[in-house]
Design a protein around this ligand. Structure first.
Ligand code: BGC
Length: 745
């Protein structure tokens, strides 16, 4: 009897629940199609609620609709780790104890791995950290093209090549969004220097825009299906890019049919009507006209807040644009805060540290290795001298919005000491130079004292003294995250190394032939002493696991496999932007706007050095290994390919050395058709393969049909260039021994 009563009760409860479920408004029904949910929610919102969701309510959040159960929306930087929380309306630290994160390597390092699987892992891991921290959107990744090595923010981007950046950004976005955290791909577009980022008006050919500066954004939209795009500060065609009819209206939302939100860069909106009409969807960080800088809680005065509402009420603007924006914001909510499908959050998990370490190991580039001096021979070495401030300096604090508050950051010297403990090898240290001893950003303080008041001469003398008789001298130098180096807001003033490091290196190279220079930077620096040192590693900014990663590469526990994602010039004049005197541009309008004309057009990076017949210091795609690889037997599946078809190249790669290692097979194409002005060659595909000693593997790369096209300025569309091609395959842009020919019909 009891059993029957229980069953009856259970049935009644189930029926009641079904009835309740049936009464659920569509927008709350997780099983309903997203567009139906959007329309339903939109129909329930008041004008005030609609205006509210399209602009910020605090430094990093915008409101939801509490009445309807739609939560507030939280964004955060981006792109190397989840930025620590600041106060509601100030940049100062909120003082949380649960916002110490894992710092993943900078995006230049990720790009240098040439490994899209690692980009996915990066995105996924970062997304899990964001989930723990309650962040719904990460402000990144950045894919502005490295056109000018002086750009203070190149370290946050993915190099100079549109294809490499495109292939890396897609899995990053997918990995991140698989956790239910939106990506916000930035800075759209043409934000290629920092110094005058609020004033620069870029003048660029349509062809260069489409072929060089936009493909990574296009791939992020069309293949990565990013839910967010951030407009940039600069202008294009005399319109700010956060309210730009051409880039947002015509290209992004028109040509590419983007259905996500356009978020302003912080303070990137300038005018209500332009922002409303030209495609901005969410406004953040403004300090609108009429308000003093820093006026507190000025959010209602934002261009897309009360001023917008007023224009609607006065009948000067219709609600058509508003509804479109709100639809996009609602879509974002249903993809993130209102989705039941979100990943769980983990902060500082072992897996995240492992991911950070692997990305670092695969991204660090062995630029030079004379006499195979590296890896360090543990059987022979007795004493290793480590020199330089960058061996003991935290690099995760500083540099602007990507600055982090880490749970830990293993410093290079500590990593090397830990790795060599118990081997009998003595590790010595000399400071060598003093650079930036501050280490503070927005209230996050690197708790280390780097102050050293000794004069430069005695620092060098001490290092030289210790270098005598050392088996290896490993200098950690280069740049850091202070202003005018690798940092937001300014560009470097020259390519030279700061703090008298050149003298230090020269002095050490005079007394020791086994000098290894580990360069910490986001971009190329001048190395006038290159031939005097034995080995050079490009060490980027590799985050929490830095010391472990460097030790593993220096000792050969990990075999370097990174490849440069940009051309490393000998001097600035080796690149078009500087050779043609285009940077920083020409002031006009009483010093309000600076026009920067990208006169080199599509000839950015290796496209420029190829055209000029210049040999850079290190070529795009260059990177050595501790083993050797041989590429043979290039074959293609067809000699003639239809314009809308594709062609597959296969090459056999063999590890001919005695260590396991990874090689990046790079495929470039030369267009010999003579139809239009074409670069000598362009990267069209690549694939990274890991091989044991003696192991061979066939690597297959398929390209087309975009690889056969150029942007036709007359017709304003991608057009096939019919005719002959040479396909070039090898392991760097200056090492492409294998060739095959084909024709595009
Ligand atoms: C930067 C963005 C960043 C934003 C929020 C801006 O100054 O340009 O990249 O996401 O601030 O911190």
């Amino acid at each position: 009897m009891r059993k029957i009563q229980f069953l009856l009760l259970a049935t009644a409860v189930a029926m009641a629940m079904t009835a309740m479920a049936q009464q659920l408004p569509v927008y709350l029904d997780d099983n309903a199609p997203i567009e139906q949910r959007v329309e339903d929610a939109l129909s329930r919102m008041t004008l005030d609620e609609k205006i509210a969701v399209i602009h910020a309510q605090s430094k990093f959040s915008s409101p939801g609709v509490k009445r309807l159960g739609l939560p507030d929306f939280w964004t955060d930087d981006g792109p190397h780790g989840v930025r620590p929380d600041v106060l509601w309306d100030e940049w100062e630290q909120a003082g949380q104890t649960n916002d110490s994160c894992v710092a993943f390597p900078a995006l230049t390092c990720l790009a240098a791995s040439w490994n899209p699987d690692l980009a996915r892992l990066f995105g996924r891991s970062l997304g899990e950290e964001a989930r723990y921290r309650g962040k719904d959107m990460i402000l990144g990744p950045g894919v502005n093209i490295n056109r000018n090595p002086l750009n203070g923010r190149n370290f946050e981007y993915m190099g100079e090549d549109p294809l490499l950046a495109a292939r890396m950004v897609v899995p990053y976005v997918q990995g991140l969004q698989s956790t239910g955290t939106a990506a916000c791909v930035k800075h759209f577009c043409l934000n290629n220097d920092e110094e005058y980022r609020h004033q620069v008006n870029v003048i660029v050919s349509d062809r260069a825009l489409r072929e060089i500066y936009l493909p990574a954004f296009e791939a992020a939209v069309k293949e990565g299906h990013t839910w967010g795009i951030m407009g940039s500060y600069n202008l294009y065609k005399d319109q700010y890019c956060c309210q730009n009819q051409y880039t947002l209206g015509q290209i992004l939302k028109g040509d590419w049919q983007y259905d996500g939100v356009v978020v302003s860069d912080w303070g990137g909106a300038h005018d209500t009507e332009m922002a409303v009409k030209n495609g901005l969807d969410m406004e953040f960080g403004s300090w609108t006209d009429g308000l003093a800088w820093g006026a507190s809680n000025a959010y209602d005065a934002y261009y897309m807040a009360q001023p917008y509402k007023q224009l609607i009420q006065e009948g000067k603007l219709s609600t058509r644009e508003l509804d479109d924006k709100v639809r996009r914001v609602l879509r974002l909510f249903f993809r993130t805060t209102m989705s039941n499908n979100r990943a769980r959050g983990f902060l500082c998990s072992e897996a995240h540290y492992d991911a950070a370490l692997e990305i670092a190991q695969q991204g660090i580039v062995l630029l030079q290795n004379k006499r195979s001096i590296l890896p360090i021979d543990v059987d022979k070495a007795r004493r290793v001298l480590v020199v330089g401030e960058n061996a003991i300096k935290m690099m995760t604090v500083g540099g602007g919005s990507s600055s982090l508050k880490v749970q830990h950051e293993i410093l290079p010297l500590d990593g090397i000491k830990a790795r060599l403990a118990g081997t009998g090898i003595q590790v010595d240290y000399a400071r060598g130079y003093v650079g930036d001893t501050t280490g503070e950003y927005n209230g996050v303080v690197a708790k280390q004292s780097l102050v050293d008041n000794r004069p430069a001469a005695s620092l060098i003398a001490e290092a030289v003294d210790k270098a005598r008789g050392a088996d290896y001298v490993i200098i950690f130098g280069g740049l850091n995250k202070s202003d005018y180096q690798d940092a937001e807001g300014h560009d470097r003033r020259h390519m030279g190394m700061p703090y008298g490091q050149d003298e230090l290196v020269e002095a050490l190279a005079r007394v020791n032939k086994n000098v290894v220079f580990v360069n910490i930077s986001g971009d190329a620096v001048a190395m006038p002493w290159r031939d005097k040192v034995a080995a050079i590693l490009q060490g980027w900014f590799v985050g929490s696991e830095a010391g472990k990663a460097f030790a593993s590469i220096l000792l050969g526990d990990a075999n370097p496999s990174g490849k440069l994602p940009f051309t490393w010039p000998v001097s600035l004049d080796d690149l078009g932007a500087h050779a043609l005197g285009t940077y920083p541009g020409t002031w006009r309008d009483g010093h309000k706007i600076i026009d920067e004309e990208y006169k080199e057009g599509i000839y950015v990076g290796y496209r420029w050095t190829d055209k000029q017949g210049k040999r850079p210091m290190f070529a795009f795609g260059h990177g050595l290994s501790y083993t050797t690889f041989k590429l043979t037997n290039l074959r293609i599946d067809k000699q003639q390919v239809a314009p809308d078809g594709s062609i597959t190249a296969t090459v056999t790669v063999k590890n001919t050395g005695n260590r396991a290692g990874a090689e990046v097979v790079q495929l470039y194409v030369s267009d010999l058709s003579g139809n239009v002005d074409m670069p000598v060659k362009e990267l069209r595909g690549f694939s990274k393969v890991t091989l044991q000693p003696g192991q061979s593997q066939d690597v297959t790369i398929t390209i087309g049909p975009r690889a056969f096209q150029y942007w036709d300025e007359q017709q304003s569309r991608w057009t096939t260039s019919h005719g002959k091609r040479t396909l070039l395959v090898g392991t760097a842009s200056d090492n492409l021994p294998l060739k095959a020919s084909f024709t595009v019909l």
